[in-house]
Design a protein around this ligand. Structure first.
Ligand code: ATP
Length: 376
């Protein structure tokens, strides 16, 4: 069993704090997705782990060994990056063969390795093509083929799926997973697309401003995002945010935002009492969790919040309908309608919508941390 431990790593570029006391631990043959927006520090972290740059502070351990300042060539790590390591004037075949140059193989052995990688990544027909003549998606597959021929302890994929169509995206993801599986090594895949992270599954580390905000599986991240940033980032392009007023009642609390009223039982006492003086909190509602009246017929809605909503607009966005709803007192919500069998509601009509209280996030307005009772 191997362990990679990044401990309190800090990296500055002039005034930019790229990594801010970052901690991360991976073990066994884990495939971890590092998910974060542009400039959040993903590439910088992978460069540190690969040994291509050094932290200003903190340590990196491989098992018990401190590798913080170890040369890249002495770490058995492969970094697949668009920015690194490929020769645009060489053929696909030679680019892959180059990755084996330190292995002292016979010509025949080398050929066998390269051909196997070409076949697995469906690059056989392109093997004599000069790299600079390939499309972005093809170059990315060559980069993964180069990783495939190495026998590393750790594979780092730095956003290898950019600017490619969904089919190519899928093929590249499959190629990464194949390398991971065949090599039974640890892998880290950095991306800024939540959909790509969800498609891969496994553990996801959310990075923001050089720190890991949260680490967990898809389900945990979606149901219990630690803070508003994580919730917003995972629920792109939109998370409904409403300001709610808290009021103590005999049995617990109510939280009200416009016509939307949540009743929270006594279990919330411990988490709401400290912020009760602020009188407010932020409600987060995912567009996909708003149920339309026809869907409510097949759900047990006994604990649901049912509201009458006026349809303000209906727009086609990314292949599904985005519906703007007014729920009274100038409070609007954006909902998604992905069921193409259902007719789109007409603008100006009134419909019933239902929300499961368990799907509503509550955030502290000051710290932006998620609030929920520990026994919920
Ligand atoms: N060599 C460098 N010199 C100066 N600043 C740098 C350097 N490398 C990274 N940075 C800065 O460090 C921060 C983190 O950059 P990094 O490339 O690690 O982010 P990222 O999450 O990989 O972004 P992207 O998804 O856009 O690739 C950014 O503000 C970036 O401008």
């Amino acid at each position: 069993m191997n362990t990679l431990k990044v401990q309190e790593v800090v990296k500055r570029f002039g005034n930019t704090l790229a990594l801010d006391q970052l901690n991360l631990t991976l073990s066994d043959n884990e495939f971890l997705t590092l998910l974060g927006p542009s400039n959040s520090g993903k590439s910088t972290l992978l460069q540190m782990i690969a040994g291509l740059d050094q932290p200003d502070e903190g340590k990196i351990y491989w098992d018990a060994l401190d590798i913080t300042h170890r040369y890249a060539t002495l770490r058995n790590v492969v970094l697949v990056s668009q920015k690194y390591g490929m020769a645009s004037q060489l053929s696909v075949y030679d680019n892959i063969a180059q990755a084996l140059r330190f292995r002292h193989l016979t010509k025949k052995e080398l050929q066998l390795h390269v051909l196997a990688a070409l076949e697995l990544l469906e690059l056989e027909k392109l093997q004599q093509r000069i790299l600079r003549t390939l499309s972005g998606g093809e170059v990315q597959r060559v980069a993964i083929a180069r990783a495939m021929v190495r026998n590393a302890d750790l594979y780092l994929f730095d956003d290898p799926i950019t600017q490619v169509d969904p089919h190519t995206r899928y093929r590249i993801q499959q190629a990464m997973l194949l390398v991971h599986k065949l090599k039974t090594a640890m892998s880290i895949y950095a991306t800024h697309h939540p959909a790509d992270a969800f498609a891969i599954g496994g553990r996801i580390a959310i990075i923001n401003q050089g720190r890991i905000e949260q680490l967990g599986d898809t389900d945990t991240l979606l149901t219990r995002p630690v803070n508003l940033f994580v919730a917003q980032f995972l629920n792109q392009p939109f998370l409904n945010q409403l300001t709610g007023t808290i009021q103590a009642i005999e049995t617990g609390y109510t939280v009200q935002a416009g016509a939307l009223k949540m009743v929270l039982d006594a279990r919330w006492q411990a988490v709401l009492a400290p912020i009760q003086d602020q009188n407010q909190l932020i409600l987060g509602i995912r567009p996909g969790t708003i149920n339309f009246e026809w869907a409510l017929k097949s759900i047990n809605t006994s604990n649901y919040i049912l509201l009458t909503a006026c349809v303000l607009s209906v727009d086609l966005l990314m292949g599904y309908l985005t519906i703007q709803l007014n729920i009274g007192e100038e409070t609007t919500l954006r909902a998604e309608l992905k069921d193409s069998k259902q007719p789109a509601p007409t603008v100006g009509s009134y419909i019933t919508i239902g929300l499961d209280p368990a799907d509503i996030y509550l955030f502290n307005p000051q710290t932006k941390a998620l609030i929920y009772p520990s026994d919920l």
